[in-house]
Write a protein that binds this ligand. Structure first.
Ligand code: URA
Length: 189
């Protein structure tokens, strides 16, 4: 099983009611040998329309931070979400939706074997790092779990609402660049 075969299976998923309202399953995108995996919350309207992660306004902002540190979804990272289908009105995914969808992300993680996971926002951080995780207090901190480093930063949509936090997020991306240079073998920045 590779990522493409997994994606084919995921595109037919009907494990939760979000399949009834979706236009597209947003499986994820990036390079299959990525050492850095970014995880968001779930598709919004633009992502649902296009079938790709982070392609709306938050995605453009995310791409600018990625570019600033030499990262790019076409060449050296992978981007996925906690839930692969859009929750109506962009509400938080429900616990049962997250639970139903989690095996897809778990399998993506198993196939990619990333060295670093960057959680974008509270929902991803609480799912991937710790249910009590506070992005406000603990952003930019690397936490080792099972030989993989996890870090969270603010969600780009939150940054669009509160641009004053942009400097903090830029600091997190600089810390990410340093960590990549320290531990990654083929993510050359
Ligand atoms: N927000 C997310 O969390 N994920 C996306 O793919 C787009 C917006």
């Amino acid at each position: 099983m590779d990522l493409e075969a997994l994606q084919q299976q995921c595109l037919d998923c009907r494990k939760c009611p979000l399949c009834e309202t979706r236009q597209h399953v947003v499986f994820g995108m990036g390079v299959p040998d990525a050492e850095v995996l970014f995880v968001g919350e779930g598709p919004g309207a633009s992502e649902d329309a296009e079938g790709l992660p982070f392609v709306g306004r938050s995605g453009k902002l995310l791409d600018s931070y990625l570019m600033a540190v030499g990262l790019d979804r076409q060449t050296n990272i992978y981007i996925a979400n906690i839930v692969k289908c859009r929750p109506p009105q962009n509400r938080d995914p429900l616990p049962e939706e997250t639970a139903a969808c989690k095996p897809w992300l778990r399998e993506q993680f198993r196939l990619l074997r990333p060295k670093i996971v960057v959680c974008l926002g509270r929902v991803a951080a609480q799912q991937m790092i710790d249910p009590g995780f506070s992005v406000t207090r603990e952003h930019g901190v690397f936490i080792e779990k099972g030989g993989v480093l996890f870090m969270a930063t603010l969600h780009p949509a939150a940054l669009l609402r509160a641009p004053a936090n942009k400097a903090q997020v830029f600091g997190d991306f600089l810390a990410l660049r340093d960590k990549i240079n320290e531990i990654c073998t083929h993510t050359t920045l």
